[in-house]
Design a protein around this ligand. Structure first.
Ligand code: FES
Ligand code: FES
Length: 153
């Protein structure tokens, strides 16, 4: 049975094993490779996408969980008011180093700002704690989130 859901605003249907992680459905079946594989164990955040607006780890979430739901990925953030503000702030602060973790960081930051228009440092640390950056860009990430919040105010 195909799994049907909305992906980045478009009705989408995939015929895959329902236990397939959303990550691999996006990357291998649908060709959206902005969502990254890091650990495969919900430990790094590289695979973060939004399911109904909530940041989730797509490496451990089966595509069956998306039936009738809405998935949003990094590819759609430029078309979203909050996502665009976050991406613009990322550029202003030159956040990325190697870049591998950054789509997951942006997805977590965008989910945070959709629920909290003026997060404190503690709010940011709590929301972003599961997103690991081996390049250590955490200070720039925090500054960029504050900057995006100001731009959206
Ligand atoms: S790849 Fe999903 S949390 Fe690391
Ligand atoms: S920018 Fe290299 S892992 Fe985060």
């Amino acid at each position: 049975m195909p799994v049907e859901f909305t992906l980045n605003g478009k009705p989408t249907s995939v015929d895959v094993d329902p236990s397939t992680p959303i990550l691999w459905t996006l990357r291998d079946t649908l060709g959206l490779q902005g969502t990254k594989f890091g650990c495969g164990m919900a430990m790094c955040g590289a695979c973060t996408v939004h399911l109904n607006g909530q940041a989730i780890r797509s490496c451990i979430t089966p595509i069956s969980a998306a039936e009738g739901q809405k998935i949003s990925t990094i590819e759609a953030q430029a078309n979203d008011k909050v996502g665009k503000a976050v991406e613009d702030a990322w550029v202003r602060h030159d956040v990325a180093q190697c870049g591998y973790c950054q789509s997951g960081q942006i997805m977590s930051a965008t989910a945070l700002l959709k629920g909290n228009k003026a997060p404190s440092d503690a709010d940011i640390d709590a929301a972003m704690t599961g997103n690991i950056c081996r390049c250590g860009t955490y200070a720039r990430i925090r500054a960029a989130i504050h900057d995006a919040a100001k731009a959206l105010a």
